[in-house]
Design a protein around this ligand. Sequence first.
Ligand code: ATP
Length: 335
Amino acid sequence: MRVLGIEGTAWAASAAVHAVESDETAIFTDAYRPESGGIHPREAAEHMREAIPGVVREALDHAAAEAGGDSAPSVDAVAFSRGPGLGPCLRIVGTAARAVAGSLDVPLVGVNHMLAHLEIGRHRAGFDSPVCLNASGANAHLLGFHNGRYRVLGETMDTGVGNAIDKFTRHVGWSHPGGPKVEAAAERGEYVALPYVVKGMDFSFSGITSAAKEAYDDGAAVEDVCFSLQEHVFGMLTEVAERALSLTGNDELVLGGGVGQNARLQEMLGEMCAQRGARFHAPEPRFLRDNAGMIAVLGAKMAAAGDTISIEESRVRPNFRPDEVPVTWRADEDV
Ligand code: ATP
């Protein structure tokens, strides 16, 4: 079985083919890079419109080559990121997915983008039922599986973690995305005090971003602010991840999302897990940042469970929360 995945929630116009039997995933991505500022929804949608046909063509050509001239359709289902994400981008991806599924006469699968970030970690690690820390641009939350759904155990009360970092880097005049630049600068930095805001299982980043901007404006070295931003933000995420493991009694943690590429965040989470005898897995970078591979992998599990949608039902969901999704692909598990 081969599944075509199409991703386009914000910056990554991406298509992938996941071959279930060999567990191989080929990913083709055309990234939107804003000339200045952050992600502009209209420009991002224009990028999707221009780039999606090309990446889908590459993925379908790859699938056809793998099928080796078989007369059957080279993919057995089409999965697409249904949300959450920017509405104008999602609508272009939804239209492309419906058109390809319709013309190949194969089922359509609507995938929750945040659950795809989680499931790719579970899939790659071979973990049973991990807690997942999603650390992405527009989101930050902890998810755990209970009674047929992924429950939100804790989440940001304001901005996503990547957006919090990117707002600081825009303030100092660095181009998008800011996360990798903060990571590089932090290597030469020293500690300055910033707020640390954890409330139970939830957390907040907006005050830290404002304080980081203020510290920079007041003359702190940018390397010091970057170092401290990472220590505070990632310390908070590690604290709530540990609390989630402790409260659920779970001993597996997976990381998801573009900020998950950060070596310091991986180090903190890895140390915390080692200290409590838990296993930790961070997927390889191509599966952490937005990518269609994770959409194809989860799409294949959903298709195998018969979790497909008709074209009439397939409207996109810009505010699609992960806990709204009945987890059909784990229906046989009594947890
Ligand atoms: P979402 O998945 O919530 O829709 P998104 O569409 O913004 O988020 P992702 O690819 O998951 O996309 O994450 C992008 C974010 O990751 C950006 O904010 C970027 O700055 C951040 N990022 C990328 N690399 C690093 C890094 N090495 N360290 C910290 N942050 C990083």
